[in-house]
Design a protein around this ligand. Structure first.
Ligand SMILES: Nc1ncnc2c1ncn2[C@@H]1O[C@H](COP(=O)(O)OP(=O)(O)O)[C@@H](O)[C@H]1O
Ligand SMILES: [Mg+2]
Length: 307
């Protein structure tokens, strides 16, 4: 009698536990579907062959927006200036190991990933050695595998992060730029309202188009940054946009404009996050970035449906 009772209790416990487990996985699936504008583990490369257009700033601000939306983010800094670490208030020389060590297999991700406070924002800092990474690849990786060298590094991170940003290296001549593109689902190209910057943006669009034609599932969009308000600048903006359209960039690739505000630089210098700054200038720039984030997530969703 006692034995039977024990067996019945065990059976009941198993059924109950199994059901709870099923309910838990169901809730997790629903949460993942509902919670994400982005599909898990997508790689967004903020890419420009021109320095100073706002790549590192844009990566930082987009991460703040992703954090607001509850997304877990990892930024991979591939630029020697290490602006991502300084942007998140760390001394660039304070790291034992950086992206370069991880890239060449001398560090595990856990040894290089840093967390910003207790937020969902993580980043892998960089340093000057990153510039010699392509040489290391040429000496150590078979030619046929070279272009995929970053993508194979990033693949395991996709399980741990909703979004992975790459702060791109600012020269088209380094192979590192191509390893980053080959690892990305989306390239965001920031441009200033300036003829040289627009030429640079056009080159970037061409490069991504080459990848698309070679069979890569990758999309891109252009964001005008540091846009000053006023009639004359607005006219310039229209001309620059039309120049790109005439060169073959589809209208749908324009993601919107992020306005110029001194607050962006002053808050950076003061070590304050822009979305924690309570003034209308900071709010306006953050709202511009939120709109860009929305457009990128929309484009990525379209690609999921029509790869
Ligand atoms: N929307 C903006 N308004 C004003 N200044 C900006 C804006 N975006 C970037 N900046 C400033 O422009 C400079 C270059 O930006 P940065 O992100 O370092 O460019 P990159 O990474 O492309 O070299 C920095 O001083 C930054 O604070
Ligand atoms: Mg930078």
């Amino acid at each position: 009698m006692f034995r039977r009772l024990c067996r019945a209790i065990l059976l009941l416990q198993e059924i109950l536990f199994g059901t709870l487990k099923d309910i838990y996985s169901f809730i997790t699936i629903i949460k993942n579907i509902k919670g994400g504008d982005f599909v898990i583990g997508q790689v967004i490369n903020v890419f420009s062959t021109k320095g100073g257009v706002g790549k590192s700033t844009t990566v930082k601000l987009l991460s703040l927006v992703a954090n607001e939306l509850g997304k877990k983010v990892c930024i991979i800094d591939t630029c020697e200036n290490s602006s991502i670490a300084t942007g998140f208030l760390r001394d660039r020389d304070s790291f034992k190991k950086s992206a370069y060590d991880w890239f060449i297999g001398d560090a595990k991700p856990s040894e290089v990933i840093q967390q910003f406070g207790d937020s969902n924002i993580h980043y892998i800092p960089s340093d000057e050695r990153i510039c010699s990474f392509s040489d290391w690849v040429n000496q150590n990786i078979p030619k046929v595998k070279q272009l995929q060298v970053l993508s194979s590094k990033i693949e395991p991170l996709k399980k741990a992060f909703d979004l992975i940003f790459i702060d791109s290296h600012p020269t088209a001549t380094t192979e590192l730029v191509h390893y980053a593109i080959a690892a990305s689902d989306y390239c965001l190209i920031p441009s200033e309202v300036d003829k040289d910057a627009v030429d640079g943006a056009n080159r970037c669009c061409q490069i991504i188009t080459d990848y698309q034609q070679a069979g890569y599932v990758i999309d891109y969009g252009i964001m005008f940054n540091k846009v000053e308000l006023g009639f004359k600048v607005n006219e310039q903006l229209k001309i620059m946009k039309q120049t790109l359209i005439d060169l073959g960039v589809p209208e749908a690739k324009f993601l919107g404009n992020v306005r110029y505000s001194k607050t962006v630089t002053t808050t950076k210098n003061e070590g304050v996050m822009l979305n924690r700054t309570r003034n209308k200038y900071a709010d306006n720039v953050m709202n511009d970035i939120r709109a860009v984030n929305y457009r990128i997530s929309f484009a990525l969703k379209q690609n999921e449906v029509n790869p």
